[in-house]
Ligand binder design. Structure first.
Ligand code: CA
Length: 233
């Protein structure tokens, strides 16, 4: 299998060095540049699997780089790193077209978790799969955020899509609450958990013929949830 190639845009060399080392240890190939100008040049005609982009850069700033990369390629996954925590900056990043962001300082674990998630998603997005993902009488188009269900067409939120992607990728396996909260909501293990229960209730209403007796999205008592593509009682 080809290594996923990541473009890292980070002017702080000591941070960059650590990230490069760890990404390479994860089996990625990394191109590291220190300025926005170099990032735009490096990305020219290259199919990167992911761009990790610092906001505070000398010269062209991260937001502007993000906007230009996004203009060229609407599907390129972009993870922004921001030193600032203001809500305004997150919004600016997301509206510049970033798919996700991490606020510095972040733990390495957090970073790698986010990178893995984004790489998996971009793999899932590989062009060519025109039909949706089918289970039961449902058909789901994750990329387009829509689904055909027993209750008609449903518009999916980004969270819905992330949740379903985790289920589909882990078909038949038990997903713990902790894993789901981390991968879908990016929440720590001790986070408030009613979120997940309420969410599952809503998903069952969409996708199960009889939400009270789910045949696809099963509760595994004390462990988490399990998705089966074939209906199971
Ligand atoms: Ca910086």
């Amino acid at each position: 299998m080809r290594k996923p190639h990541i473009l890292l845009v980070e002017d702080e060399v000591h941070i960059a060095r650590g990230l490069v080392f760890n990404l390479e240890s994860e089996g990625c190939a990394v191109t590291h540049v220190e300025t926005g100008e170099d990032a735009l040049t490096a990305a020219e005609g290259r199919g990167f699997a992911l761009v990790v982009l610092d906001v505070m850069l000398p010269g062209i700033g991260g937001f502007e780089v993000c906007r230009r990369l996004r203009q060229r390629d609407p599907r390129l996954p972009i993870l922004m790193l921001t030193a600032r925590t203001e809500e305004g900056d997150r919004v600016a990043g997301l509206s510049a077209g970033a798919d996700d962001y991490l606020t510095k300082p972040f733990s390495l674990e957090e970073f790698l978790l986010r990178v893995r998630g984004m790489l998996r998603r971009s793999e899932w997005y590989r062009p060519g799969a025109l039909g949706g993902y089918r289970f039961g009488t449902n058909e789901v188009w994750l990329e387009e955020h829509r689904a055909r269900t027993p209750r008609g067409e449903v518009q999916l939120t980004e969270l819905d899509a992330r949740f379903l992607r985790e289920l589909f990728r882990n078909e038949g396996r038990v997903l713990s609450r902790t894993d789901l909260l981390a991968t879908v909501w990016h929440l720590p293990p001790d986070a408030e958990t009613r979120t997940l229960d309420n969410f599952v209730v809503r998903m069952r209403k969409y996708f199960e013929q009889d939400p009270a007796h789910p045949r696809h999205l099963h509760t595994v008592r004390g462990r988490g949830y399990r998705f089966t593509r074939e209906g199971e009682d």
